[in-house]
Every structure is written in structure tokens, then in C-alpha cells.
Design a binder for this molecule. Structure first.
Ligand SMILES: NC(=O)c1ccc[n+]([C@@H]2O[C@H](COP(=O)([O-])OP(=O)(O)OC[C@H]3O[C@@H](n4cnc5c(N)ncnc54)[C@H](O)[C@@H]3O)[C@@H](O)[C@H]2O)c1
Length: 430
């Protein structure tokens, strides 16, 4: 029976996890190296940008169920320790050193019989390797198969919907052995509606497979989009047509892939499959997706040139800084690459985003009107829902030249032309 859990790393993943466990009635110790974050959590100030998470946090906090600390010795009080610390990829190589040191630090304090649950995304083989790290750091007190329970329980949430997805999306629970899986299932059934028992190795590979699958499919859509542009056909119509086939589901092309997961996790699979025939498939897909911001700028330069304007002398409004619609998260955002490229070419750039004040060194526009007034072009970098219902006819009148480069098919080309815009976009012939 689990009464107390420690959550190590109170970030995008760890904080909603801590809140979820607290709402399930467990006493939660949040361990983080960031003293400012710990102080905030302990003083009733929510460190998350997600309204749902903060509502749940306030309930947990008022019930005295959530306590943050920088002190790893609190892990000695826990029946289970959950790890959600960063596992970055550096120069395309996975780096698990932060996770290893966090796990070792906890192992110095944890009691025999504690369940260690790794929620961080990890390269295959890491869970089993961590068992040895724990055994060594605990001075032989915590040994897999007798006094240590260890599982990989990868997180599958998307930022912005953390709490709901943490509950709804089936949770893969991969123990190092049967008893670890059984105990981890018991813990996660407190916060997840349908946990799925697998092995640690299956969980590791499944998690990075999911994100690589999406990245590969988006890369295919982007390659198709650029090919369609060259052939003079609308890629979106092609994809809609192809997807009427019951066994085809082509993803959507766009101005690039961002966020903390899809830009990183495929390299974990690439490293694991290194030197196998076809291993390049993963890195080639990454390269295609990484190229899309530059491709978007290329379309823009062409559109401006048609009006006799050089990119370096243009004023460009970029709508959207976040890496995807409906949230303010700008990590690895394609918008950043677009803006940096435009600034590098000497363009005057204004960035608008309803969810974040980030503008990547360009000026920040408080409204879409302010962004487009007098501009030579508008680039849609993010499919925020707000952008779908704008009065484009009015906005077109505010612009010096009414060029739109739609990186997300927020507008239909016909609708844009009706509004008086000159429509360009990823996947649309130019
Ligand atoms: N963000 C996502 O949407 C998402 C989704 C699924 C999986 N993941 C994975 O979850 C893991 C965590 O990602 P995140 O986005 O929550 O990271 P994050 O950067 O938002 O949070 C990490 C937290 O860990 C803390 N920390 C760093 N080193 C520490 C240490 N040694 N001890 C204690 N705390 C430490 C940091 O201060 C920070 O608060 C990564 O492996 C990531 O790949 C992330």
C-alpha cells in the first residue's frame, strides 16, 4: 500500500504527477534542485502555466498533501520515488547523467522495499543499468530482485493537457521483474484509468518509438508537401484525398516540428539502432523536419520578390511563437528558427502570440492588428485557435502588401484570396 511518494524533478512532467498523486490522497514530497521552485510550491504559488494543474495544486496544497524540498533525505519517508528529471540529447547523443545522479542521490536515503519509478524518457537499457547504480549508491541495501523494486513508467502527456492525459492515456508500466511491475501497477492505478503491464525494456522502446513514429510521419508529410509544391498541386488536397483510403493516414505538413520530445527522442532510437541497415531513416526524418522553418522563409522570400521587395527590407509579422497551437510553450519552436532567420537577413520582425510574451529577439506585438499594420507579409508559424477566426479582410487592409505565408493551413487558400490576401503556404504551389 502506497501512502507517501517522492517526486524528483518538478517540471512539466513531475509537477502534474506530484499533484495527481496528492489528489489521489497520497502525501507527496517534491524534490527539486531549484530552490526558487521549491519556495514557490511551499508558499502556495503554482509553478505551472496550466490552469487545470494549478487548480489541482491549490486543492493539494490546502490539504497539506504536497510539500517541496531540495533535500533528498526526504526520500527516506517515501514508499515510492518517481523520477522526472531531464534526459537531454547532446550533439545527437542521449545524456542520462542527470537522471543517474538523481537516482543515486535518492538511493543513499531510500528504505529497502522502496519502488523506484523512472518517468523520464530514456534510451533502451537504462532501467537495468540504473539497478546497478542504485545498488552501488545504497551500499548494497537496495538490490533488484529482493530489496529494490524498479520500473520504467514513461510519461506520454502533451503540455497543456497534462492532468487529463495523465489520467486518460493508458500508462505503460514496465517493471524490471514481475513484482516491480505488480507494485508499479498498484501505484499508477491510483492516477491512471488503464495502466498496461509491460517489461522495462518494452516500455523504454515503446516510448521512443511513439515519438519517432510521429516525427517520421510528419517528415513524410513535409517531403510530400515540398514535392507537391514543385508539381503545382495543393498537398493538403492530396493528403485529404489519399486519406480516404481506409489504410492510409498521412500526417499534416507544416512549418516545422518543435517541442521537447519529438526533436529529441528520435535520437535515442537512432543511437540504439546505430549501424543497422536503414538506421538513417530516423536522422533523415529529423533533417526534413528541421528544414521546414528555412523552407517557410524561402517561400516568403519568393512571395516578396514577386512584389519587388527584398527580404532584408521587409517588415514581417510572425503569428505564433509557441511550438504548437493552444499553448505558450516555445521549447524548440520552429517559430524561433523562422524569426532568427528573418532577423539574420535584416528583416524587421514583429511576433505575436496570445499565450506567451516570447519574441526571440524580435519586437513583440500586443495584438494581431499591431503585428500586421504596415507589414509586407504575415507568416503563420503556429496554429493557435485564435488565428482561425480573425477578420482577415480587415487585417489585409492594414498591411503594406497583403502577403500571407501560412505555415499551418490555418486559412484555406480560397478564403484568404477572398479576403484580399495573396496566399502562400507550406504544401501550396508558389
Ligand atoms: N515535457 C514533456 O511534455 C514530456 C513528455 C513526456 C516525457 N518527458 C520527459 O520527462 C522528463 C522531464 O521532462 P520535463 O519536460 O518535465 O523537464 P523540465 O525541465 O520541465 O523539469 C525538470 C525538473 O527537474 C529539476 N531537476 C534537474 N536536475 C535535478 C536533480 N538532479 N534533482 C532533482 N531535480 C532536478 C529541474 O529543476 C526541473 O524542475 C524528460 O526525460 C523528458 O524527456 C517530457
Amino acid at each position: 500500500v502506497f501512502r507517501r511518494v517522492a517526486v524528483v524533478g518538478l517540471g512539466y512532467v513531475g509537477f502534474p504527477a506530484a499533484v495527481s498523486f496528492a489528489l489521489a490522497g497520497l502525501k507527496v514530497y517534491g524534490v527539486d534542485v531549484d530552490p526558487a521552485k521549491v519556495e514557490a510550491v511551499n508558499s502556495g504559488s503554482c509553478p505551472s502555466e496550466e490552469p487545470d494543474v494549478c487548480r489541482a495544486y491549490r486543492v493539494a496544497f490546502s490539504r497539506g498533501l504536497l510539500e517541496a524540498t531540495t533535500d533528498y533525505s526526504k526520500t527516506a519517508l517515501a514508499d515510492a520515488i518517481v523520477f522526472a528529471v531531464p534526459t537531454p540529447v547532446k550533439r545527437r547523443r542521449p545524456d542520462t547523467s542527470i537522471l543517474e545522479s538523481a537516482v543515486a542521490e535518492a538511493a543513499r536515503h531510500a528504505r529497502p522495499g522502496t519502488l523506484f519509478s523512472i518517468e523520464s524518457t530514456i534510451p533502451p537499457g537504462t532501467t537495468r543499468a540504473l539497478a546497478r547504480v542504485i545498488e552501488a549508491a545504497s551500499g548494497g541495501r537496495l538490490v533488484a530482485g529482493s530489496s529494490l523494486y524498479l520500473a520504467h513508467v514513461p510519461e506520454r502527456i502533451a503540455p497543456g493537457k497534462s492532468l487529463e492525459e495523465m489520467r486518460r492515456i493508458p500508462r505503460l508500466v514496465g517493471g524490471l521483474d514481475g513484482e516491480s511491475t505488480r507494485r508499479a501497477l498498484e501505484l499508477y492505478s491510483l492516477i491512471n484509468e488503464s495502466p498496461v503491464a509491460v517489461t522495462a525494456e518494452e516500455a523504454e522502446l515503446a516510448k521512443i518509438a511513439e515519438n519517432t513514429y510521429r516525427d517520421l510521419n510528419i517528415a513524410f508529410a513535409n517531403f510530400l508537401a515540398m514535392t507537391a509544391e514543385r508539381l503545382g498541386v495543393d498537398a493538403w488536397k492530396v493528403i485529404r484525398a489519399a486519406n480516404t483510403h481506409p489504410r492510409v493516414n498521412i500526417h499534416l505538413p507544416g512549418a516545422g516540428v518543435g517541442g521537447p520530445c519529438l526533436t529529441k527522442d528520435p535520437y535515442m532510437l537512432a543511437a540504439a539502432g546505430n549501424s543497422l541497415p536503414g538506421a538513417e531513416i530516423v536522422t533523415v526524418a529529423r533533417a526534413v523536419n528541421d528544414h521546414m522553418p528555412a523552407h517557410t522563409v524561402e517561400i516568403l522570400a519568393h512571395a516578396l520578390a514577386r512584389e519587388g521587395i527584398r527580404l532584408g527590407e521587409a517588415t514581417v509579422a510572425v503569428l505564433g511563437a509557441a511550438y504548437k497551437g493552444g499553448i505558450g510553450d516555445t521549447r524548440e519552436s520552429p517559430s524561433a528558427k523562422i524569426v532568427e532567420r528573418l532577423l539574420g537577413q535584416g528583416a524587421a520582425v514583429r511576433v505575436h502570440d496570445p499565450y506567451t510574451g516570447e519574441s526571440f529577439g524580435a519586437s513583440r506585438a500586443p495584438s494581431v492588428e499591431d503585428a500586421v499594420r504596415g507589414a509586407n507579409a504575415v507568416v503563420i508559424a503556429t496554429d493557435h485557435p485564435e488565428y482561425k477566426s480573425l477578420n482577415w479582410a480587415e487585417l489585409a487592409r492594414l498591411m503594406a502588401t497583403p502577403i500571407i505565408v501560412d505555415g499551418r493551413r490555418v486559412l484555406e487558400p480560397e478564403q484568404a484570396e477572398e479576403a484580399g490576401l495573396k496566399y502562400y503556404g507550406v504544401g501550396y504551389p508558389w
